[in-house]
Design a protein around this ligand. Structure first.
Ligand SMILES: C[S@@+](CC[C@H](N)C(=O)[O-])C[C@H]1O[C@@H](n2cnc3c(N)ncnc32)[C@H](O)[C@@H]1O
Length: 318
């Protein structure tokens, strides 16, 4: 087993188990781990529910290879699929599975992706500007920095990084690439540090938000998530449950909207009562977004920003 799988502690594991448990006790239950990563959550679920079948999705081939080794002891109870999670239904169809009892999303990058410098996700490690979760995907961070217009760079830094200095950083990148391309993360970090006024350099690392924005753009994370949550809900049988853990507000906003949209009656107010009403398909299991306990945050700093949302499917699509 690779070292990275041994040191990884799954975020809010006991909470995930307690929320999904009522749905997974059914004989023949199927859980989709839509963000398999290193298989930490998956391994715990397979151990806790001896009859459970697990379908693990990931767009990262290295993650799938590591998880495959870790989950080998569970034999044919495990099915791994290399795909983007909005392709959940195609993945299930290939396996001949019509509906599932639970879906778990633990969004973002894995500790392995951050730790392996060559993947280019960490601004603290010099590496090629890659940032692809799927090593077969066509777009890298280097290509974005070389090819996007100043307007588009500013837009992604502002919209995906919530970066106040988006204008300044986009302008500097365009000036710099006219002389020399940006190919390594250290080149970009240097440029951002030099472009940050001293008064602002105390408000966190200047590269943090730009790296987040580039990663989101490279992997089209937000548009994929917008499609994936409704698709996952569509795959749940009635009584099935979904848990989503997000690590930044842009993702959490998408998850919140997707769950809320299906948990309220969608009939516009003021319509005569005899008209057919769209009844809610989901019941929210958590009020707002739950956070990790102080104890868990102290033990596992990755849990600090997590926002946990969950819902149960109470009706099939109308
Ligand atoms: C935070 S890690 C999951 C860790 C996992 N829960 C564990 O306990 O080991 C997130 C994983 O989701 C994968 N991922 C992120 N976005 C994805 C997407 N759109 N489709 C498929 N996998 C995705 C990443 O490649 C990464 O391996």
């Amino acid at each position: 087993m690779d070292d990275v799988t041994r040191i990884h502690t799954p975020v809010m594991l006991e909470r995930c188990i307690s929320v999904l448990e009522p749905a997974l006790e059914r004989p023949g239950a199927v859980l989709v781990d839509a963000t398999l990563g290193l298989g930490g959550h998956a391994e715990a679920f397979l151990s806790r529910f001896p009859e459970l079948t697990l379908v693990g999705l990931d767009r990262d081939l290295q993650a799938l290879a590591l998880a495959e080794g870790r989950l080998k002891p569970f034999g044919d109870r495990v099915h791994l699929v290399h795909c983007v999670y909005d392709e959940i239904n195609a993945g299930l169809q290939k396996l001949g599975i019509q509906a599932v009892d639970g879906v778990l999303f633990d969004l973002g990058v894995s500790s392995m992706q951050l730790d392996r410098a060559e993947r280019g996700f960490a601004y603290s490690k010099d590496a090629p500007l890659d940032m692809r979760m799927d090593q077969e995907a066509p777009l890298t961070a280097e290509m974005i920095l070389a090819e996007y217009s100043e307007f588009d760079l500013r837009r992604i830094f502002r919209d995906y990084g919530e970066e106040k200095l988006a204008d300044r950083y986009a302008r500097r990148i365009v000036q710099r690439r006219a002389e020399q391309p940006l190919v390594r993360s250290a080149d970009l970090v240097d440029l951002l540090q030099q472009a940050t006024p001293a008064a602002l350099s105390r408000a966190g690392h200047p590269a943090k938000r730009v790296f987040q924005a580039l990663r989101i753009e490279v992997n089209q994370e937000l548009s994929v998530l917008e499609r994936a949550v409704p698709a996952a809900i569509g795959a749940l049988r009635v009584g099935g449950r979904i848990v989503v853990m997000s690590y930044q507000s842009l993702e959490d906003r998408i998850v919140k909207r997707a769950l809320q949209a299906l948990s309220v009656s969608t009939a516009p107010p003021g319509l005569p009562v005899e008209l057919p009403q769209h009844k809610p398909e989901l019941s929210l299991l958590v009020r707002g977004a739950e956070r990790a306990t102080d104890e868990e945050k102290a033990e596992n700093p990755r849990a600090t920003p997590v926002r946990f949302r969950a819902a149960e499917r109470i009706r099939s699509a109308s």
